[in-house]
Design a protein around this ligand. Structure first.
Ligand SMILES: *Cc1c(COP(=O)(O)O)cnc(C)c1O
Length: 362
């Protein structure tokens, strides 16, 4: 890797594509003759307006977003969306959640503050190591929406087939898989993603919401900033937005378009994940933590036979120049996050390292 950079397997904030970082560095002191850095720019200036508008247009192109959906850039990262979704979408005060791991649990806990939550499917019985069958869910008539975390960052599962929401609005948290594969936006009422996993710097979420779900009859106590209408009516410029994140994300959108779009990313990501999963399937020392059919292409949790050996592999990997392979504190073990920006060479090098470790220690 150039610049003495390391293969960083962090779950987020995570690697950004090197050509994007180089472009940002080149524009740092004087953005295209404006005489200033994007960090120093008025969010009301023409030059920033163009950065914002291009970012939205490029995202629309990448995901083929239909015209009746709004694209919003909202601060507060992913966690604020756990509250904004129920605050804005609960009309009857009832919502269905599918419980597949740490991040859906957080969404459930937050939604319970605003209404009744029905957990219509769960993989809790096997420590969230699979995606439950969601083809025939028991969804009550009064449910306002059905919610999933489409890729569980900590547990390492992903939905390859969407649930059947039986005519209700499907809401998804795509934070750790956003733009990693093609997405049929029309199947959802609302898609949201914190951007620091697969796109840009932390502190912002992209929200893609069907226009008819944007309400003007919310409880007047809902904070102005937390109403989707506020952002939809102001092109996400109601207050000072996270200008820097919008700029960096816009660069990544352009980069992904140049790379061939989401089909091309899907092929690359499948390729990369396969290298690691093939190794785990063959290994007698390392074991993947998730049922094969539901394995995430982005976050790969695995374990050795003991906690002590887990810790030893993490330390040895760090000494060998890999970073952030420690599993999340809630589940332990190891985890390699291999988002869009992780080069194939990074995964190849990791597999070589693990093979060698196994040969020497197992
Ligand atoms: C990281 C993550 C979040 C939370 O994002 P923050 O920006 O840290 O609030 C939510 N959902 C998923 C799936 C995540 O991976």
């Amino acid at each position: 890797m150039k610049y003495g950079r390391t293969y960083n397997f962090s779950a987020g904030p995570a690697m950004m594509p090197e050509p994007v970082l180089e472009e940002i560095a080149a524009e740092m002191m004087n953005y295209r003759g404006s005489g200033m850095c994007v960090m120093e720019m008025s969010h009301r200036s023409k030059v920033f307006q163009q950065i914002r508008d291009e970012a939205e247009a490029d995202l629309r192109k990448l995901m083929n977003i239909p015209d009746n959906y709004k694209v919003l850039f909202i601060q507060g990262g992913g966690t604020v969306q756990f509250a904004m979704v129920p605050m804005n979408l609960m009309k009857n005060g009832v919502a269905c959640y599918i419980e597949t791991g740490a991040w859906s649990k957080k969404a459930i806990a937050e939604a319970k503050k605003y209404g009744e939550v029905k957990i219509v499917a769960s993989s809790k019985d096997k420590n969230f190591s699979y995606i439950p069958d969601c083809s025939d869910l028991d969804i009550p008539e009064e449910a306002d929406y059905v919610y999933i975390c489409e890729n569980e960052t900590i547990n390492g599962t992903t939905f390859f087939d969407l649930p059947n929401p039986k005519g209700k609005i499907l809401v998804t948290d795509q934070s750790s898989m956003f733009l990693s594969r093609p997405c049929d936006v029309s199947k959802y009422g609302l898609i949201w993603a914190g951007v620091q996993k697969n796109v840009g710097p932390a502190g912002m979420a992209v929200v893609i919401i069907r226009e008819d779900l944007i309400r003007d009859d919310l409880d007047p106590k809902v904070p102005t900033y937390l109403s989707y209408k506020t952002h939809a009516d102001s092109d996400s410029l109601y207050n000072t937005p996270n200008c820097w994140a919008i700029y960096c994300c816009g660069k990544v959108f352009k980069y992904l378009l140049d790379m061939g779009g989401l089909e091309a990313m899907d092929r690359r990501n499948r390729d990369k994940a396969q290298l690691l999963y093939d190794f785990l399937d063959e290994s007698k020392f390392f074991t993947g933590a998730v049922e094969k059919k539901d394995r995430s292409l982005m976050n790969v949790p695995f374990v050795t036979p003991s906690k002590e050996q887990d810790a030893d592999v993490v330390a040895a990997s760090k000494a060998a120049g890999f970073d952030n392979l420690k599993g999340h504190k809630s589940v332990g073990g190891l985890r390699a996050s291999i988002y869009n920006a992780m080069p194939k060479e990074g995964v190849e090098a990791l597999v070589e390292f693990l093979k060698k470790y196994e040969a020497e220690h197992a």
